[in-house]
Write a protein that binds this ligand. Structure first.
Ligand code: SIN
Ligand code: MN
Length: 275
């Protein structure tokens, strides 16, 4: 799959690109089927909301779940980012965000690169997210909100918010967001499960709490150009990976093909075999 010149221009102008129907209903069903067992895991990678036991973020699932291990090497996800960055990429972070019905909490206004720079010493903003909706995203279930064009501002001043949620985040202040919104407005990409959204590391974004009766599970691959790997290992490895090898993609139908297997080094049964 190749992005067209028009798509590349849209990404450059707006800082994000929506890819509707990137994954089929059958593929999404396979991915969703794994979620209950991941949510049941009692391990540090599976973090809960501040005010409930609902899963906020399941980090590093590609390192212990065989289906997500394949998703992390999927050509439809890795390909567009390689094309935009014009370089091979490695996995900086991989997560499923729960945003549970009624209980899913806020994500403050921020740029991802602020955290990657301040906490991980990533040299440049040559990294970005590609998100896949595991549920339909609508205006009610806490969609991502973007300020189009905000990525063009580069790295903005940020403050470290360690109290609003259970995820410490380098955030933008209200005056900065107000100014940026006056110029660019706010958009909230929506769509059915299987839609993907790729967005620049300097995109200013957030999401509101989910007060609807609908979950809003989303997978995020944070992919970084291999030469731009992080230099500082302050955060837990499951939040900022240290394997800087270029991702070798699997074939396009890998999720549907049961014979395709990828090693899962963090799987508990694999550890049992080792000891
Ligand atoms: C993020 O900004 O990393 C996640 C936001 C969300 O899932 O709403
Ligand atoms: Mn973010």
């Amino acid at each position: 799959m190749k992005l067209t010149r028009e798509q590349l221009e849209t990404f450059d102008r707006d800082g994000y690109l929506i890819l509707p129907d990137l994954f089929s209903t059958e593929e999404i069903k396979i991915l969703n089927a794994e979620v209950p067992s991941i949510y049941k895991e009692n391990r540090p990678e599976v973090t809960r909301e501040k005010n409930s036991e609902e899963v906020r973020t399941a980090f590093g699932t590609h390192l212990y779940n065989k289906t997500y291990a394949k998703l992390a090497k999927h050509p439809r996800l890795v390909g567009p980012v390689v094309q935009i960055l014009n370089e091979q990429v490695y996995m900086h972070q991989f997560k499923i965000n729960g945003k549970a019905a009624f209980k899913g909490e806020v994500w403050q206004w921020h740029q991802d690169y602020a955290t990657w720079k301040n906490d991980d010493d990533m040299p440049e903003a040559r990294a970005m997210n590609i998100a896949i909706f595991l549920d339909e995203v609508n205006e009610f279930n806490g969609p991502l909100m973007f300020i189009p064009g905000s990525h063009k501002k580069g790295v903005l001043d940020a403050f470290h918010d360690t109290s609003t949620t259970n995820y410490p985040l380098w955030c933008c202040d209200e005056a900065t967001v107000t100014k940026l919104v006056e110029r660019g407005g706010i958009v909230a990409p929506k769509g059915k499960a299987g839609t993907a959204v790729v967005f620049h590391g300097c995109m200013v974004h957030c999401s509101s709490p989910n007060l609807s009766p609908w979950h809003r599970k989303t997978v995020y691959l944070s992919l970084c150009a291999v030469t731009n790997h992080i230099r500082q290992y302050k955060r837990a490895e499951y939040r900022a990976h240290r394997d800087f090898k270029a991702i070798e993609c699997l074939k396009d139908d890998c999720l549907l093909d049961g014979s395709v297997e990828v090693p899962t080094p963090w799987a508990l049964e694999d550890n049992t075999v080792l000891t």
